[in-house]
Design a protein around this ligand. Structure first.
Ligand code: GLN
Length: 384
């Protein structure tokens, strides 16, 4: 056997693994974060029309013209960002590819990439794929960023910092003071900020600030987002990258060789959504998530979990120490098999599992009836 199998030293995704377990046991899947409600009609109709009109071949590698044009307008409307669709936008297969393509474009082997902990589980492996080194900086739950600790993590080897706001899994929305501290360090150490802003329109408290809008940051920020969460279309795999022209040019090369392009008809669907859905749409999206957040947080508290409502995103980390002595991974499997509610063990969001991790993550991107059923099942956890 002379075939190389490079596993790069990371294990399979725990989030996707929990989805498989949920399916095996017919459990309510509050593990992997995908909505159970419909993608807006506007997007679906436009995608179907595009398919019927035979927009079925490759889109331009860096993204369909119409989508890049409307995205540029949106970044202006939402954040006052002046984005050139010709040289500063790349459309990818989801923000997952966006993050991987970006890090592959900017990080050299041996570079360091700072990642806040807890983190969305892809960032570490993304860094390792580039033969770069993740450097983890903890942010204690419910706490402000410790700028001394962050400063200590920066060095001449730091190529980039990954900033995920609103945050998965904590729901933290970074404040302008925190972002300014990060921006200051990026400028001092000549590092890039690579953001994951996929939950930008799901903010309950505070407001979403793209770090690219801070003074001195536009030229050193790669702003990543996508259609998955804003348009409840996680399966479409349409991600977006805004970056200054030289960085975009490098990212486009990586993206070209990784995937050639994102699905052409679905890009038309997303373009139609951005064009036709206005402030009402975003207000309703948020209002609906606020209701879901209240249902799950109240339900979890009633069932004996300890949690604080997240400021953004659609996840809540809950402490189960009052309910079980099991470690978080075993408790998650038990909950899936015995109670029919799948969750993600908290330790999968940490580089090395804290010895006594008593956290699990619930994704509440589900209709209220499903959340209520999940809560009803969880109510008997205490007595188990
Ligand atoms: N971002 C979602 C989550 O954290 C989905 C992850 C995935 O599997 N792509 O659950």
């Amino acid at each position: 056997m002379n075939t190389a199998i490079r596993t790069h030293g990371f294990s399979e995704s725990v989030i996707r693994g929990m989805t498989r377990l949920a399916n095996e046991h017919d459990a309510i899947n509050l593990a992997q974060g995908f909505p159970n409600f419909a993608t807006p009609e506007v997007l679906k109709e436009a995608a179907v029309t595009a398919i019927r009109e035979d927009v079925n071949q490759y889109a331009i590698t860096w993204g369909a013209q119409r989508l890049r044009d409307i995205l540029s307008r949106k970044y202006w409307d939402w954040y006052g960002m002046d984005v050139d669709p010709a040289t500063e936008i790349t459309i990818t297969c989801g923000s997952t590819e966006a993050m991987a393509a970006t890090l592959l474009a900017i990080a050299n082997p041996g570079d360091e990439v700072i990642v806040f902990e807890p983190f969305y589980e892809n960032y570490g492996p993304d860094t390792i794929l580039c033969d770069a080194m993740p450097v983890y900086v903890p942010i204690a739950l419910g706490q402000e960023l410790d700028t001394d600790q962050l400063t200590a993590a920066f060095s001449a080897r730091t190529r980039a910092i990954v900033v995920n706001t609103p945050n998965n899994p904590t729901g933290k929305v970074f404040t302008s003071i925190e972002l300014e501290a990060i921006a200051d360090l990026c400028q001092r150490y000549d590092a890039y900020a690579v953001t994951d802003e996929i939950y930008e329109h799901i903010v309950y408290e505070g407001r979403h600030i793209p770090i690219a809008t801070l003074p001195g940051m536009r030229d050193r920020t790669i702003t990543i987002s996508g259609a998955s969460k804003t348009f409840s279309a996680t399966g479409w795999r349409v991600g977006t990258i805004i970056a200054p022209p030289p960085v975009t040019s490098a990212i486009r090369k990586v993206h070209d060789f990784l995937t050639v392009g994102a699905p052409a008809p679905l890009q038309e669907g997303v373009a139609a959504g951005l064009e036709q859905l206005g402030t009402d749409y975003y207000a309703t999206l948020l209002a609906d998530y606020r209701v879901r957040r209240n249902v799950i947080c109240r339900g979890l508290a009633a069932a004996g979990f300890r949690c604080n409502p997240p400021a953004g995103s659609y996840y809540v980390l809950a402490d189960f120490s009052d309910l079980s002595d099991l470690p978080d991974d075993q408790f998650s499997v038990w909950l899936t098999k015995e109670k029919g509610v799948a969750v993600v063990p908290g330790s999968s969001f940490y580089s090395s599992a804290p010895l006594e991790c008593k956290l699990i993550r619930f994704a509440f991107c589900k209709t209220v009836d499903v959340l209520e059923e999940a809560v009803a099942r969880l109510m008997t956890t205490r007595s188990a």
